[in-house]
Design a protein around this ligand. Structure first.
Ligand code: S3P
Length: 452
């Protein structure tokens, strides 16, 4: 990667190497999905919303900035603690400048839904990664609701100028792929539409938007649809009541210390308060099928979500077949599952990974290239990734291109903690988008990193 392609202008390579067993207790930062939504619902409620445990990563801070541009008062009152004065559904101000979402697909897409349902015009932009990501999937339903795309880059990409509908039309929308971002954009636009907005999904995706809609006082019903799907119906034009949101620890961030402990001999760690929402726990299911020793301690409810402390011990993993239907519940965890699979005995097949092609990078290719650089046998067959595990032995020694993708960076650093030779990632800076404390937290458990 050229130096200029890092978001800070200067790429910062980092290596991970084999060290002592990982030991200790950690708490990973707040859930990214819920953190974005807490800011947005704070904007859309009338009065003062308070948030604790917010993930203060760059992605979420961009969303906070956008909420400010749309009229909310956003005030940080302590670590992870925020106070928001919202303007209410229908009360948004037209932003003066471009809304720059940096690397954040979730922030930009959810906010397109918000703007699409309001009679204001806004321009959405971001970094080189965000500018490559497909936005038609969001713009299509929004234009059906009456929004207009005034300008866009080729292929429906950012920068995009969107003119929201003054009188949005409530629609019934069947999402073409299982995506919480599409579902959420339609529901957020539907907030300012008279009557019922319906989203139908054939595979259930994460349900944080529906839950938060209800929590802030909207009328929303969720019923099963087909074997694995859901129908979500929202009554438009509610007055959202301000609320106190407690953000649980992000299972997608917990994934990194969990897999690190599983593959590093002698490890025994506890990751505290991890959100156990069943639409987010596909990785734990897959790891347990592989023979992972993950013990749940003290299941409880925090901030409306089930959480548990997870005790994780080094385990001899074996390859498994991960069904495509599980993808929505672990969509962001495939890179680190591929790392776990590299240390397993036998073959792991991960099915139905087409959506990985349109994440912060083409994650399917980025993972395959990272495996190749580190001597892990693998192949891509259609939408499936097949990894041949080394039964505890991975050569390492490679340099991995991260393509502005935080999860590629963290996944391959985890690989380096247990491989024979160090693994280097070409740029660690994007880790700050979702898990700014990653390096320090892992080092506290015993991990050894070196600036490369
Ligand atoms: C997210 C949904 C997922 C996920 C992303 C966060 C959300 O994207 O990959 O990191 O908060 O709604 P898709 O909805 O596009 O699958």
């Amino acid at each position: 990667m050229s130096k200029s392609s890092s978001h800070h202008g200067e790429a910062q390579p980092l290596s991970a190497q084999g060290g002592p067993p990982l030991r200790g207790r950690v708490r990973v930062p707040g859930d990214k999905s819920i953190s974005h939504r807490a800011m947005i619902f704070g904007l859309l409620a009338v009065g003062e919303t308070t948030v604790e445990g917010l993930l203060e990563g760059e992605d979420v801070l961009r969303t906070a900035e956008a909420c400010r541009a749309l009229g909310a008062t956003m005030e940080r009152t302590g670590e992870g603690a925020w106070r928001i004065q919202g303007v209410g559904v229908g009360g948004l101000r037209e932003p003066a400048g471009v809304l720059d979402f940096g690397n954040a697909g979730t922030g930009s897409r959810l906010m397109m839904g918000v703007v699409g349902g309001h009679g204001i015009t806004a321009t959405f932009d971001g970094d080189a990664s965000l500018r490559k990501r497909p936005m038609r999937r969001i713009l299509d339903p929004l234009t059906r609701m009456g929004a207009q795309v005034l300008s866009e880059a080729e292929g429906g990409r950012c920068p995009i100028t969107l003119k929201g509908a003054i009188d949005p039309v409530p629609i019934e929308y069947r999402t073409p792929v299982a995506s919480a971002q599409i579902k959420s954009a339609v529901l957020l636009a539907g907030l300012n539409a008279p009557g019922r907005t319906t989203v139908i999904e054939t595979e259930a995706s994460r349900d944080h938007t529906e839950k938060m809609l209800a929590y802030f006082g909207a009328r929303v019903t969720v019923t099963p649809e087909g074997e694995h799907g859901r129908r979500i119906v929202l009554e438009g034009r509610p007055e959202l009541k301000p609320a106190h949101v407690v953000v649980p620890a992000d299972p997608s961030s917990a994934a990194f210390p969990i897999v690190a402990a599983l593959v590093t001999p002698g490890s025994d760690i506890v990751v505290e308060g991890v959100m156990m929402n069943p639409l987010r726990t596909g990785l734990l299911t897959s790891l347990r099928e592989m023979g992972a020793d993950i013990e749940e301690i003290g299941r409880r409810v925090e901030g409306g979500e089930e959480v548990a402390d997870l005790r994780v011990r080094h385990s001899a993993l074996r390859g498994v077949d991960v069904p495509a239907g599980r993808a929505p519940s672990m969509i962001d965890e495939y890179p680190v599952l591929a790392v776990a699979a590299s240390f397993a005995s036998g073959e792991t097949r991960m099915r139905g990974l087409h959506e990985l092609r349109v994440k912060e990078s083409d994650r399917l290719q980025a993972v395959a290239d990272g495996l190749a650089a580190n001597g892990v046998e693998h192949r891509i067959e259609g939408d499936d990734l097949i990894v041949q595990g080394g039964a505890g032995v991975v050569r390492g020694g490679g340099t991995v291109k991260t393509h502005l993708d935080h999860r590629i960076a963290m996944s391959f650093l985890v690989m380096g903690l247990a491989s024979q030779r160090p693994v280097t990632v070409d740029d660690k800076t994007m880790i700050a988008t979702s898990f700014p404390a990653f390096e320090g937290l892992m080092t506290g458990l015993g991990a050894v990193f070196k600036a490369a």
